[in-house]
Design a binder for this molecule. Structure first.
Ligand code: NDP
Length: 294
């Protein structure tokens, strides 16, 4: 039987509706709405698209959206000054600095500067530290990893007791998603570029999360029959049949995997839409924390 599709677009739409309902209730109660400030430095076309989508999602949910655009020539001091101003602005509940920053800017110094209670991307070392420590609760969970877990939960896939393999160990996806699976009582193996016998490791998994950044890298015959596959990868590959000359594929060979897995996320339309939905959720959480409503 072919794998059941995990429809990230539909699940993200549900989350966004829940956020919109909560925003309306908060507005009723406080007279104000949660507001996200996004900082975009430079003119990277992909970043511009992402920032536009985030702003629109905020507006659609009834939230406030502020976008600060700085030129690619902005200095470290200018970016840091803006982040400090946003930290101090009580009308701003969440701050997101769109990555990557132009070359020459110190990303880490900028991210470390964001107030912990406004770090809706969840990338502050304190947030990640609390995520991996037993018995601690981070203020915010990074959006893409949170989206992966939400997809599993809302698809009725059992995490507790499952064997999970995460391929990739980046700070923004692999490590936090492994921590979340561990916190939800899966037994987690983290794989990376130096892992021996990757296909053999993946074969053990009831849940596979692929966050590698290599097109169609995980093959169908690596998968345990019936497993759940969450494909985080977004890779553009040449495709002469498309007007743009390219199409997007994940880190998993989708067609092959459909023949083996029990559940699978498509690319696009899987994890991607969840990232923005979880960002909205985090911004509402920030608002509630800042207003003593949490
Ligand atoms: P990184 O490049 O930061 O990390 C990639 C990871 O994959 C590393 O840990 C690396 O191992 C591992 N890796 C690379 N090659 C191999 C290999 N041959 N075998 C096993 N492991 C390997 O990527 P990100 O985590 O930032 O992103 C991963 C993917 O997810 C990308 O396609 C990205 O576009 C996508 N993404 C999607 C998002 C969404 O909203 N859907 C959000 C963020 C990312 P090592 O540590 O040893 O180098």
């Amino acid at each position: 039987m072919p794998a059941q599709l995990i429809d990230g677009k539909a699940i993200a739409a549900d989350v966004r509706q829940e956020v919109a309902d909560e925003v309306a209730a908060l507005k009723e109660r406080t007279g104000i709405v949660p507001t996200l400030a996004v900082v975009l430095v430079g003119d990277n076309p992909a970043s511009q698209t992402y920032v536009g989508a985030k702003g629109k999602a905020c507006i659609d949910a009834g939230m406030g959206s502020i976008t600060h655009r700085l030129p690619a020539t902005a200095t470290q001091e200018e970016v840091e000054t803006l982040v400090r101003e946003l930290n101090a602005d009580s009308a701003v509940n969440g701050i997101l600095v769109q990555l990557p920053l132009p070359k020459g800017l110190n990303e880490r110094a900028v991210l470390d500067l964001i107030s912990l209670n406004k770090d809706v991307d969840g990338f502050h070392p304190m947030n990640i530290g609390e995520l991996v420590m037993k018995g601690r609760t981070p203020q915010f969970i990074p959006c893409t990893p949170a989206g992966c877990i939400e997809l599993l939960k809302r698809s009725g896939i059992a995490i507790a007791g499952a064997d999970a393999v995460v391929v990739g160990r980046s700070n923004i996806v692999g490590i936090p998603v492994a921590a979340l699976l561990n916190n939800a009582d899966a037994t987690v193996t983290i794989c990376h570029s130096r892992t021996k016998d990757l296909p053999g490791k993946v074969k053990q998994a009831d849940i596979v999360v692929a966050a590698i950044g290599r097109p169609e890298f995980v093959k169908g015959d690596w998968l345990k029959p019936g497993c759940a596959v969450i494909d985080v990868g977004i890779n553009a590959v040449p495709d002469a049949t498309k007007k743009s000359g390219q199409r997007l594929v994940g880190d998993v060979a989708f067609d092959e995997a459909c023949g083996a897995a029990g559940y699978i996320t498509p690319v696009p339309g899987g994890v991607g839409p969840m990232t923005i939905a979880m960002l909205l959720k985090n911004t509402v959480r920030a608002f509630k924390l800042q207003h003593g409503l949490e």
